[in-house]
Design a protein around this ligand. Structure first.
Ligand code: CUA
Length: 330
């Protein structure tokens, strides 16, 4: 009975591993870097299958054929077999060469400098959110990295505090953001869509809440996004709830940490000039709608443990005004 339940558990685990939706799989690359890793993984996997099959077959055959039998003869002692020993030294050495050459080639190709014409983006890690600056476009945004399909991108990785690691498996491998050091991550997205990633280096209380999205867009959608981000949002209407929200934004000192159009130029927190154009807030963990914004403003440390943004004990009426104001910043 116990054996049957063990067997069923193993079968169940095996079966659940086959289905389902895995948004952060490394096995469905959507950029050249990701394809390079998958190609290498495929090569090494099949070498491992060959080695496993040969070794296990020999082992099982030997166990069965040469096992001790009652009344059987005593085995003859053997000493050395030059040809066999050379063979089993050379064969693994050759396999290691077949693995090492493509591995080193992939390392060099994925570390190569960006080609001319690559889109430059500065990625700055913060506890616990991502800042993206497009120096040639004059755009600053957070957590959701918009990229045009088919164009190489050169990410310059730095950090405002501790070590983080940028990891979007559909695009390619992880790369660390290290204090006082500049790293680069170069890839060319090959399909449009939204591809989930996250910080992959433990960086404190809300490491797990430091998510990111790479949003790869077709030509017209990308151009429209750039134009929207470069324009200032429409000014709030006089006497509206949004205007009360804008006043509350100044009264609660939000302007000290956040940039907001030409009203505020803080740099501690995310630039909120076009916050309403994002699908998520709070390190990509909360849906950017009225309920999500209200929850966040009402209790930042409760929503993202360790959050630098304090609980300001904002009364509900002011939260409603702030939410209306932020929702209007498209
Ligand atoms: Cu940033 Cu972990």
């Amino acid at each position: 009975m116990r054996r049957t339940s063990y067997l069923l558990t193993v079968l169940l685990l095996a079966a659940t591993a086959c289905g389902g939706h895995f948004p952060q799989t490394t096995l469905q690359p959507k950029a050249d870097f990701g394809f390079a890793i998958q190609g290498l993984f495929g090569d090494i996997f099949w070498w491992a299958v060959v080695v496993f099959t040969v070794v296990e077959t020999l082992l099982v055959v030997t166990l069965i054929r040469f096992r001790a039998r009652p009344g059987g003869p005593t085995p003859k002692p053997l000493h050395g077999h030059t040809v066999l020993e050379i063979a089993w030294t050379l064969a693994p050495a050759l396999i290691l060469v077949f693995i090492a050459v493509p591995t080193v080639r992939t390392i060099f190709s994925t570390e190569a400098p960006a080609p001319a014409g690559a889109l430059k983006v500065s990625v700055i890690g913060h506890q616990w959110w991502w800042e993206y600056r497009y120096p040639d476009l004059g755009i600053t945004t957070a957590n959701e990295l918009h990229l045009p399909v088919g164009q190489p991108v050169d990410l310059t990785l730095t950090t405002a505090d501790v070590i983080h690691s940028f990891w979007d498996p559909a695009m390619g491998g992880k790369r660390d953001l290290i204090p006082t050091h500049e790293n680069h991550l170069v890839f060319r997205p090959e399909s449009t869509g939204t591809f989930l990633g996250q910080c992959a280096e433990f960086c404190g209380a809300s490491h797990a809440n430091m998510r990111l999205r790479v949003m790869v867009q077709g030509d017209s959608a990308w151009k429209a996004w750039v134009a929207d981000q470069q324009a200032l949002p429409a000014p709030v209407k006089k006497g509206s709830l949004e205007e009360q929200g804008a006043q509350a934004f100044q009264r609660y000192g939000c302007t000290g940490c956040h940039t907001m159009g030409d009203m505020a130029h803080g740099i501690v927190g995310p630039n909120l000039t076009h916050v309403a154009s994002r699908t998520t807030i709070v390190g990509g963990t909360v849906v950017n709608d009225s309920a999500g914004l209200a929850r966040w403003i009402g209790d930042p440390p409760g929503t993202k443990p360790g959050s630098l943004m304090p609980n300001m004990h904002v009364p509900p009426a002011d939260i409603a005004a702030l939410v209306a104001f932020l929702r209007s910043m498209k």
